[in-house]
Design a binder for this molecule. Structure first.
Ligand SMILES: NC(=O)c1ccc[n+]([C@@H]2O[C@H](COP(=O)([O-])OP(=O)(O)OC[C@H]3O[C@@H](n4cnc5c(N)ncnc54)[C@H](O)[C@@H]3O)[C@@H](O)[C@H]2O)c1
Length: 338
């Protein structure tokens, strides 16, 4: 197995997951970069990483680095990706792909000009729960068309930057992309139209009052696919501090059967799924591996084989387009056709 040298850019929550899982996948994390020295040193010490730097260009310039792993807030995905591509590095970037379609264009142009590989981090879609439900769908256990219901409820994010309309763009862009990926995988189809209602539930909260513009933090979203299947999600990051109510498990059903469980949950040893088929019900438990490790392995396999990365611009753009269509529907009150 070829062992790649990695620079992880960003030492926050995702940075830690990337450092841990690149090492678990058998690669060498040579450098971590973060502008926050405390976070940088703590993560470097935990995983015994030799180079700790504050400037992403310094991390990327290093000739021994093969892959740049981008774990930065959304607005930095484009500049860091473009720079890394210009320096001839492969890039693995956290979701969402980019702040805008124009930023995505810039990234793709740089990646294609450099002839490097680019992957986007939708690790949740590597879940064995998703794989199991997809298998049941493909076997025809549920019939068609299907309806899928997802739910995501959280208090105002401790990472308040997530609420910045001009930064991370709130949960419709930051969080729903995982759910949209799962729906697309199950329905094996493209979204046709979207209708959504929503707003800002956390308006007036002191911890986010400094943002010039708040992102929509709460939405009820319905997406109809070309296949006739429908996905619906209720999402909110606007709830009170220490609010105990949690999102319900995912549910999917068709004319013949259905399933319920947190299909794309990660960081847990096993996913529990209830299968409903006619009169028959059954609880199935599927072991969950380290999903970051799985997605890194798939990315590295693409580099070695010269095949396209399995999750890249195509999926990143599709999810971004759908998220932005949802925001447009909320803002205009109209159905948006894709
Ligand atoms: N795949 C997932 O399940 C998942 C989950 C959460 C977040 N994310 C994504 O991961 C990315 C990072 O999110 P996070 O939760 O780790 O955020 P975070 O706030 O925990 O970490 C971001 C880090 O980037 C550092 N940073 C900011 N600007 C920098 C710069 N110019 N140069 C160097 N360091 C800089 C910050 O100091 C911080 O330590 C986002 O795109 C987010 O949407 C993905």
């Amino acid at each position: 197995m070829k062992r790649f040298n990695i620079a992880v850019i960003g030492a926050g929550d995702m940075g830690r997951n990337h450092v841990r899982s690149w090492i678990a996948a058998g690669h060498h994390v040579v450098t971590i970069c973060d502008v926050d020295p405390e976070r940088l040193n703590k993560l470097g010490l935990e995983f015994n990483v030799p180079n700790l730097v504050a400037d992403y260009k310094e991390a990327i310039d290093d000739s021994q680095i093969d892959i740049v792993s981008v774990c930065l807030p959304l607005v930095f995905h484009a500049p860091v990706t473009v720079y890394a591509a210009q320096m001839g590095k492969h890039i693995f970037c956290e979701k969402p792909l980019a702040s805008s379609p124009a930023a995505a264009d810039e990234m793709q142009k740089a990646v294609e000009a450099a002839g490097v590989q680019f992957g986007v981090g939708f690790q949740r879609n590597f879940s064995k729960g998703v794989e199991q439900v997809k298998r049941w769908i493909d076997e025809g256990k549920f019939g068609r068309p299907m309806v899928m219901y997802s739910d995501l409820l959280q208090e105002v994010r401790p990472k308040v930057a997530m609420h910045d309309r001009n930064g991370n763009q709130g949960p419709v862009v930051d969080a729903c992309c995982h759910t949209f990926m799962m729906w697309q995988t199950f329905f094996h189809s493209k979204p046709k139209k979207v209708y959504a209602s929503g707003g800002i539930m956390a308006q007036g909260r002191a911890e986010i009052a400094h943002f010039e513009q708040l992102a929509i933090d709460t939405a009820v979203i319905t997406v109809e696919y070309e296949s006739g299947d429908i996905g619906t999600i209720t999402v909110s990051w606007g709830l009170a501090k220490k609010f105990k109510m949690r999102g319900r498990p995912d549910r999917i059903f068709g004319p013949k059967g259905g399933a319920e469980g947190s299909f794309n949950n990660f960081g847990i040893p096993a996913v529990k799924i209830e299968l409903f088929e006619g009169e028959h019900t059954e609880t199935v438990e599927v072991k969950q591996p380290d999903l970051f490790k799985e997605e890194f392995q798939a990315f590295v396999d693409a580099i070695v084989s010269g095949q396209p990365a399995p999750v890249s611009f195509k999926q990143g753009r599709e999810m971004l387009k759908l998220s932005h269509a949802v925001l447009e529907s909320i803002e205009t009150g109209k159905i948006v056709y894709l």
